[in-house]
Design a protein around this ligand. Structure first.
Ligand SMILES: C[S@@+](CC[C@H](N)C(=O)[O-])C[C@H]1O[C@@H](n2cnc3c(N)ncnc32)[C@H](O)[C@@H]1O
Length: 243
């Protein structure tokens, strides 16, 4: 028996959003009580601080807007970049609560959509395998998905396993260049010849492009859509082709 009727794909970077709102509120309120800060002979006028507070608040609102509305348009934009046949083997790297894995599964007839993740709690609210599976069940695609606990940098899949590889907002969470290169190398390895990749992120996209070119893949970097990914800064999409 399902205890939920609607899938929930979570709030991205919830702690960052919380911190933007807290810092924004402090910056707006503080100057009303303490317009000038004195340290010895030095006085600092902070009556301008509410503008910084408003900027931080707006950042939090934009990020929340992306999580609640924009990411579904962004998912559709990514999935619409593929001419689906229905028999594809799909891999979603850093699937979280299954946004792309489930979106892809809905395009499949005989194919399978696999999601992998290491389930970082700070990257997405309610981030765990159980919630991804629950979403797949609610969305009616449980029989077309498989979810695994795997790191993008070391995948267990055989070479040339997937027709389509998807990934949204995952690879920047690997904090060193070597690690991100390993993830790109793994993506190139497990992608079939003739297969496509759609990789979206808010930074390092030029680095990924250069990595994939070095690994022999064809790449096209697409600009962000200003109306869907108000995610500071915007999300760019890298399209890969393994010839
Ligand atoms: C911001 S969330 C995005 C989730 C999902 N792609 C979406 O768009 O809703 C980033 C995800 O990447 C995962 N992640 C981070 N580093 C990873 C790694 N090295 N390998 C696999 N997944 C990773 C996190 O656990 C998290 O679920």
């Amino acid at each position: 028996m399902l205890n939920k009727s609607k899938a929930s794909y979570g709030v991205d970077a919830p702690r960052v959003i919380r911190n933007l709102f807290i810092a924004g509120a402090i910056a707006v309120i503080l100057p009303f009580f303490l317009p000038v800060i004195k340290a010895g002979n030095i006085s600092i006028n902070i009556t301008w601080l509410p503008w910084t507070g408003a900027y931080l608040f707006l950042g939090g609102i934009f990020m929340l807007f992306y999580s609640l509305f924009g990411k579904f348009k962004h998912r559709d934009r990514m999935l619409n970049m593929i001419s689906w046949k229905g028999n594809e083997q799909v891999l979603d790297i850093g699937t979280g609560k299954g946004l792309l894995m489930i979106g892809a599964a809905k395009k499949l007839i005989t194919g399978k959509s696999t999601g992998i993740d290491i389930w970082n709690a700070e990257d997405l609210s309610g981030n765990n395998m159980k919630n991804a599976l629950l979403n797949a069940e609610i969305e009616g695609v449980k029989n077309k998905v498989e979810i695994k606990n795997e790191n993008a940098m070391h995948m267990s899949f055989a070479d040339n396993s997937f027709d389509i590889i998807l990934s949204n907002l995952c690879l920047h969470n690997i904090y060193n260049k070597e690690g991100r290169y390993s993830a790109c190398k793994e993506i190139s390895r497990v992608l079939k010849k003739g297969g496509s990749g759609i990789i979206a992120d808010f930074r390092h996209t030029k680095e990924y492009k250069s990595n994939f070119n070095q690994l022999g893949l064809q790449t096209t970097l697409c600009p962000a859509n200003y109306f869907t990914t108000f995610y500071f800064p915007l999300l760019r999409i890298l399209v890969l082709k393994k010839l």
